[in-house]
Design a protein around this ligand. Structure first.
Ligand SMILES: *[C@@H]1O[C@H](CO)[C@@H](O)[C@H](O)[C@H]1NC(C)=O
Ligand SMILES: *[C@@H]1O[C@H](CO)[C@@H](O)[C@H](O)[C@H]1NC(C)=O
Ligand SMILES: *[C@@H]1O[C@H](CO)[C@@H](O)[C@H](O)[C@H]1NC(C)=O
Length: 472
C-alpha cells in the first residue's frame, strides 16, 4: 500500500475506534427525506447521452489450489487454505468471481465452491454447522443449548440434534418429551437420574464417550458434576424442538394451586415460591461425590440392568481397521435404545470410510474433530459433495451411497447414528466381490484383476495416501 494511503487508512481506523459522537435523538425526530426514493422513468432503456462507466472484471492473476487445473481426474479435494482469492474453477470449467463474496465460507466448503465434476443435478442441503444455530441461553451462566432439526435442515425428517453445556452443578430442568433421547457425552461428567412407569429408579454418573438413552415420555434429570459437562443429544424425530419439552416447573405453574394442594395433600402456601416459567438450564448445588447418597428407591426397586438407561461406551475397545477404528452400539448390547444404532469412527488422514449405504434408516452424523468430505449419490443421476469439520451435523437419507474421506491432516472423529435397532450397512465393494465376476465385468468393464482384488469382507475404513492436493 502507498504510504499516504496507509496514513489515511490509519486515520480512518483511529477515528472509527474513537468514542462515537452522541447521536442526537432530536435530529432523528426532525429528519425529513430530502430527495426522491425512486429515479426518473427516463432512465429506462438505451440513451446515448448517459455516461457508461466501465470496469475490468478480470483478476490480475488467478491463484490455483494444487490439482485445480487438472481436467482429469477432476474429483480430488481442493485445498484453498493458502489461497487468498480462490476461484470457482475445475480444469477448464467455471470462471472467476468478480463480485461480493464471503471468502471464509467458500474456503470452508471447497466441494460446493469448485465441485468435483462427478457432482450432478440438485441434491438437498445435507450439512448444518452448529455454529449457525440459534443458541438458547441458560440462566446465570449455567450453560446453553443449540439445536439442529427440520427447521434448519429440512431433509432431516427422522432425527434431530441438540448440543448442550452445563456448568459445574448446573441442571437441565427435570423434564420429558415425546421423542426418545440418545446422548453422547462430549466432555466432563454428569449425573443422570430417571424412573420408569413402574416406579423403578435409575441413577448413574457418565463421562466423556459414554451414552444414555431416555425413551419417549420417561422423566429425567441431568446435572453437571464438579467440572461441568457438555453433551450431544439425538432425538428420534426430526421435528423435535428444544422448546417443546414438558418441564416440571411449568407442570406446577400451569395447574391451579388449589389443585396442587389437593393433589399433594399440602397447604396452599407451600406453592407460594414455585417458579412461574420454564427453568431450562439453571445453576445448582454441586451434587455429592458419592452417588449412593442420591440413590432413591421405592418398593419397585431399581431399573433392571437389561433396561439400563446408560451405557459406558467410553470403556468399549474399538476395532482396528487399516484406515482407522470403529465401534458400534445398538440394541444388541443396549436394548433400551431399541430404535437407535450408532457407530463411532476414527478415520486417519487420507483414509476413507468406504462407499456404502444404509437400508434400514437415514443417517444423522456429527463431526467431533478433523476435516472430511462426504460424497453422496442420490439416484436419478444426482450426486453432490459436502465438506465438514468439528461441530458440523450431516444427514444422509436411506439408500443414498456415501463415503467419508479424511481430507485434512488430523484424525476425523465422527459419530454415525441410525434410527434402527441394529447397525447395518451395505458395502459397495463387498457386494461386487460377492457377485458373479462375469456380471461385474459385463456391467462395469473392470479388468479381471480389478475384480479379483475386490474384498469379500467389508473393509469399513480404507487407508489411502494423504490427498496429493494437500501435499503440495
Ligand atoms: C473439554 O473442555 C476443556 C475446557 O474448555 C477443553 O480444554 C478440552 O479440550 C475439552 N475437551 C474436549 C474433548 O472437547
Ligand atoms: C475434576 O477435575 C479434577 C482435576 O482434573 C479431577 O481431579 C476430578 O476427578 C474431576 N472430577 C470429575 C467428577 O470429573
Ligand atoms: C442403589 O441402591 C440399590 C439397592 O437399593 C442398589 O442395588 C444399586 O446398586 C444402587 N445404585 C447405585 C448407583 O449406587
Amino acid at each position: 500500500m502507498h504510504h499516504s494511503l496507509v496514513l489515511v487508512f490509519l486515520w480512518v481506523v483511529s477515528k472509527s475506534f474513537a468514542a462515537p459522537a452522541a447521536i442526537s435523538l432530536e435530529a432523528t425526530k426532525s429528519y425529513t427525506l430530502s430527495g426522491d426514493l425512486r429515479g426518473p422513468t427516463t432512465l429506462r432503456g438505451y440513451d446515448e447521452s448517459y455516461p457508461f462507466p466501465t470496469q475490468n472484471t478480470h483478476p490480475d492473476k488467478i491463484e490455483y489450489a494444487p490439482g485445480q487445473k487438472l481436467d482429469e481426474p477432476e474429483g480430488g479435494f481442493l485445498d484453498f487454505n493458502d489461497i487468498d482469492n480462490p476461484q470457482p474453477l475445475r480444469g477448464n470449467r467455471g470462471g472467476t468471481i468478480a463480485s461480493n463474496r464471503n471468502i471464509a465460507l467458500e474456503k470452508q466448503h471447497p466441494d460446493s465452491f469448485a465441485p468435483p465434476i462427478t457432482d450432478k443435478g440438485s441434491v438437498a442441503q445435507l450439512e448444518w454447522p452448529l455454529g449457525l444455530s440459534h443458541v438458547k441461553l441458560g440462566h446465570d451462566k449455567a450453560g446453553f443449548s443449540r439445536q439442529q432439526n427440520i427447521g434448519n435442515l429440512p431433509i432431516s425428517k427422522e432425527m434431530a440434534g441438540v448440543n448442550m453445556r452445563l456448568e459445574a452443578g448446573s441442571y437441565r430442568e427435570l423434564h420429558w418429551h415425546t421423542a426418545g433421547e440418545w446422548a453422547l457425552m462430549l466432555n466432563g461428567s454428569a449425573r443422570i437420574a430417571a424412573i420408569n412407569s413402574d416406579g423403578q429408579t435409575f441413577i448413574d454418573d457418565v463421562s466423556k464417550g459414554d451414552v444414555w438413552f431416555f425413551p419417549s415420555g420417561v422423566p429425567h434429570s441431568i446435572q453437571g458434576l464438579e467440572n461441568g459437562t457438555e453433551f450431544l443429544l439425538i432425538f428420534d424425530d426430526g421435528a423435535f424442538s428444544e422448546d417443546s419439552t414438558f418441564g416440571v416447573a411449568e407442570t406446577f405453574s400451569r395447574n391451579p394451586k388449589e389443585v396442587l394442594a389437593k393433589n399433594f395433600q399440602l397447604p396452599l402456601a407451600e406453592f407460594d415460591d414455585i417458579p412461574q416459567e420454564e427453568q431450562f438450564i439453571f445453576p445448582g448445588k454441586i451434587p455429592p461425590k458419592d452417588i449412593k447418597e442420591q440413590n432413591v428407591t421405592g418398593s419397585a426397586g431399581i431399573l433392571p440392568n437389561d433396561e439400563s438407561y446408560s451405557y459406558h461406551w467410553s470403556q468399549q475397545k474399538p476395532v482396528q481397521c487399516p484406515g482407522g477404528t470403529v465401534k458400534i452400539l445398538d440394541a444388541t448390547t443396549f436394548p433400551i435404545a431399541e430404535n437407535v444404532a450408532a457407530a463411532f469412527l476414527t478415520i486417519k488422514p487420507g483414509s476413507i470410510r468406504e462407499i456404502h449405504w444404509h437400508a434400514s434408516s437415514d443417517e444423522w452424523n456429527f463431526f467431533l474433530s478433523g476435516q472430511a468430505r462426504i460424497g453422496v449419490y442420490a439416484s436419478q443421476g444426482n450426486s453432490r459433495t459436502f465438506d465438514y469439520q468439528a461441530g458440523d451435523v450431516g444427514y444422509i437419507p436411506k439408500s443414498w451411497t456415501h463415503y467419508i474421506e479424511n481430507i485434512g491432516t488430523e484424525d476425523v472423529v465422527v459419530l454415525e447414528v441410525l434410527k434402527a435397532g441394529k447397525f447395518s450397512d451395505f458395502s459397495l465393494g463387498q457386494w461386487l466381490a460377492l457377485t458373479p465376476a462375469q456380471v461385474v465385468k459385463d456391467t462395469l468393464h473392470l479388468s479381471d484383476n480389478a475384480i479379483k482384488g475386490l474384498s469379500k469382507t467389508k473393509p469399513l475404513i480404507v487407508p489411502g495416501p494423504v490427498p496429493p492436493a494437500t501435499v503440495q
